[in-house]
Design a protein around this ligand. Structure first.
Ligand SMILES: [Zn+2]
Ligand SMILES: [Zn+2]
Length: 133
């Protein structure tokens, strides 16, 4: 292969160019495949057609939005939150940022459970008062 910076022919296993000291794949002046001079913004070598994307650009970690596909908002979390409100509440807090849909369902389940619990409690008090009178 050839140095992307100076066009010097490099050893296939060399990490840096022995002529200019640039790291393998860095620079944008020469084709790594045939050694022909290339334009600084060229995506492909006009001589051999090889792709000229620099190694550093390819190795950059990609930030793919995975949350949307992972978080389907499973209704099961709502059911879980309903039967075990404290778990639903914890899930709601923990997942608030990473899994907003599931967090909302778990939180809703917990909330419904709380509301029904309070309603039953009030109903029992009313019943007790009515029966006492
Ligand atoms: Zn070089
Ligand atoms: Zn080339």
């Amino acid at each position: 292969m050839f140095c992307r910076n100076c066009g010097n022919e490099m050893n296939e296993n060399a990490a840096v160019c022995i002529k200019c000291g640039f790291a393998r794949g860095t620079g944008n002046s020469y084709c790594p495949n045939c050694g022909k001079e290339t334009g600084p913004n060229a995506a492909f070598c006009v001589n051999c057609g090889c792709a000229l994307t620099s190694i550093s650009a390819n190795e950059r970690p990609r930030h793919e939005p995975q949350l949307a596909s992972v978080d389907e908002g499973n209704i099961g979390w709502g059911v879980l939150g309903f039967f075990i409100p404290i778990v639903g509440l914890i899930l709601f807090i923990v997942w608030h940022d990473s899994k907003p849909k599931s967090a909302k369902l778990a939180g809703k389940g917990a909330l419904i459970s709380f509301v029904i619990g309070i309603a039953l409690y009030i109903l029992l008090i009313i019943l007790a008062v009515v029966l006492a009178v």
